[in-house]
Design a protein around this ligand. Structure first.
Ligand SMILES: NC(=O)C1=CN([C@@H]2O[C@H](COP(=O)(O)OP(=O)(O)OC[C@H]3O[C@@H](n4cnc5c(N)ncnc54)[C@H](O)[C@@H]3O)[C@@H](O)[C@H]2O)C=CC1
Ligand SMILES: O=C(O)CCC(=O)C(=O)O
Length: 388
C-alpha cells in the first residue's frame, strides 16, 4: 500500500484518483510515501526517509523546502496553469475594485439602512464620494507572463486597456500565447514609468522578494494602483503603506493580507482567494494526484520543480530509477553495476536539471538486492527506487 498524507483540504475529485485498493490517503497518515499539499508551510516539517514525493496542488512552491527535498531525493511537483483562470478572474475583479471604489461604497450604503423613503435621495447625494476612473484607455503593466500573467494581459485588452508585459525569462512557446498588441516591456522601469495599474504574477524568489519597495515605487506614476495576487513578500509592507499615505500609490489590492495591512486605508485585502474556485481546486487536485500516481507506480516525472521531466512507457519486467547529482561518470557507474551483475539493460534514459539528474533503467532481468546496494553506494547517488 502507498500512504498519501494530505496537508490541506484537497478536492475529492483529485483524491478519488487514488485507487483505494493500493492507496491510503488522509491528513492523519504517518510516515507517508507522498504528501499532497496546497499552501501549508512545510519548512519546519521533518521529511521522513520513506517520503518520495510532494505534490503542490497549485503553482507557488515557496511553502516547500525544495533544497532539502532535492538533497533527500524527494521529487517536488506542482500543477502549472491548473488554477490560472481562477486567478485571472479575481485579478479582473481586483482591477475594477481598485478603480471604482465598489467596496467602500457598499459598506457606506449599508449605513443608511432604516432611512425609509429617504434612501434613494441619500444614495444620489452620497454617491459622489465614490466615483472612480474607467479602465478603458489606461495602461496596465503585467510583471511575469506565465500561466496567469498571460491570461491577465490578454483579457485586460477587452477592457480597452493598453497592456505592457515584462518577463525576461519567457520561453518561445509562452511568447506565442501573448496577444500581438501587448507591448513588450524591456525593463521594469518601463512598466513603472508608464503604467496606471501594475499587477504582479511572478514567483517569490530571492530576486523578486520585495521588488516593490520605496525605490521602485518612486519610479511609478503618481496615483498608481498595484495588484498583488502572487505572494505577499513581493511587496515591502512598510514601503507600500508609506506610499499610500503619501498618495503616491492610490490603492494596493492584495490576496495576502498581514496584520499591518488590514484596516490601512487604500489597502483592499482579500483572504488568498485567487485559486479558490471549485473548478481550479478540482483541476489542481486531479493533476497533482496523477503526477504522484505516475511517479509512485512507474517512476515517471511530470511537472517537477526540482528534477527533470522523464516520461517513458513501461514495458519491461523491472525498472530501476536513480536520483543522483549531476556530475561526471554517473551513467558509467550506474550501467556498470548492471553489467557486473549480469543484467542486460533494455533502455537507459538520463536527464538533468541544474545540480540533479534522474536515470531510468529498464531491464527484463531482475535487480537483485546486491545490485541495489551497489547502486546506493555510488558516490553522488541520492535515492534508488525499484518498480516491478
Ligand atoms: N493568489 C493565488 O491564489 C495564486 C497565486 N499564485 C502565485 O502566482 C505566481 C505565478 O503563477 P503562474 O503564472 O501560474 O506561474 P508561472 O510559473 O506560469 O509564471 C511565472 C512567470 O514569472 C516569470 N518570472 C520569474 N521571475 C521573474 C522576474 N524576476 N521578473 C519577471 N518575470 C519573472 C517566469 O518567467 C514565468 O513566466 C505563483 O508563483 C504563485 O506565487 C499562483 C496561483 C494562485
Ligand atoms: O491552494 C490555494 O488556494 C493557493 C494557490 C496558490 O497560491 C498557488 O497555486 O500558488
Amino acid at each position: 500500500m502507498y500512504h498519501i498524507q494530505t496537508l490541506n483540504k484537497i478536492s475529492p475529485y483529485g483524491l478519488e484518483k487514488f485507487d483505494r485498493s493500493k492507496y491510503i490517503c488522509g491528513d492523519d497518515v504517518q510516515n507517508p510515501d507522498a504528501v499532497l499539499v496546497r499552501s501549508a508551510s512545510m519548512h519546519d516539517m521533518q521529511l521522513g526517509d520513506n517520503l518520495k514525493a510532494i505534490a503542490r496542488a497549485g503553482a507557488g512552491v515557496n511553502n516547500i523546502p525544495i533544497d532539502r527535498c532535492s538533497q533527500q531525493g524527494i521529487v517536488v511537483f506542482n500543477t502549472p496553469g491548473a488554477n490560472a483562470n481562477a486567478v485571472k478572474e479575481l485579478v479582473m475583479c481586483g482591477l475594477l475594485m481598485s478603480a471604482r471604489k465598489v467596496y467602500p461604497a457598499m459598506d457606506w450604503v449599508q449605513t443608511i439602512k432604516g432611512e425609509g423613503d429617504a434612501v434613494p435621495k441619500l444614495v444620489e447625494k452620497g454617491k459622489a464620494q465614490f466615483s472612480g476612473p474607467e479602465l478603458s484607455g489606461k495602461k496596465l503593466g503585467v510583471i511575469g507572463l506565465g500561466a496567469i500573467g498571460i491570461l491577465v494581459a490578454n483579457f485586460a485588452r477587452h477592457f480597452g486597456m493598453q497592456v505592457y508585459g515584462y518577463d525576461p525569462y519567457m520561453s518561445v512557446e509562452t511568447a506565442w500565447k501573448v496577444s500581438r498588441d501587448i507591448k513588450h516591456a524591456i525593463s521594469l522601469q518601463e512598466i513603472y514609468e508608464n503604467c496606471d495599474f501594475i499587477t504582479l504574477h511572478v514567483p517569490l524568489t530571492p530576486e523578486t522578494k520585495e521588488m516593490i519597495n520605496s525605490e521602485s515605487i518612486k519610479m511609478m506614476k503618481h496615483g498608481v494602483r498595484i495588484l498583488n495576487f502572487a505572494r505577499g513578500e513581493l511587496v515591502s509592507t512598510k514601503d507600500i503603506k508609506d506610499a499610500i499615505d503619501e498618495k503616491q500609490v492610490r490603492c494596493y489590492v492584495t490576496d495576502f493580507p498581514s496584520d499591518e495591512l488590514l484596516g490601512h486605508p487604500g489597502v483592499l485585502a482579500i483572504p488568498h482567494l485567487g485559486a479558490s474556485t471549485p473548478e481550479s481546486e478540482d483541476n489542481c487536485a486531479k493533476m497533482a494526484a496523477e503526477e504522484l500516481i505516475d511517479y509512485l507506480e512507474n517512476g515517471n516525472i511530470t511537472n517537477s520543480v526540482n528534477l527533470p521531466n522523464v516520461i517513458i512507457n513501461r514495458n519491461c519486467k523491472t525498472r530501476v530509477t536513480v536520483i543522483h547529482k549531476n556530475i561526471p561518470q554517473m551513467i558509467t557507474a550506474i550501467a556498470g553495476v548492471f553489467g557486473d551483475c549480469g543484467v542486460n539493460i533494455e533502455n537507459l534514459t538520463n536527464k538533468s536539471k541544474k545540480e540533479y539528474a534522474y536515470t531510468v533503467v529498464d531491464t527484463n532481468g531482475d535487480a537483485s538486492e546486491d545490485a541495489i546496494s551497489k547502486l546506493k553506494a555510488i558516490d553522488g547517488v541520492i535515492r534508488v527506487n525499484i518498480y516491478r
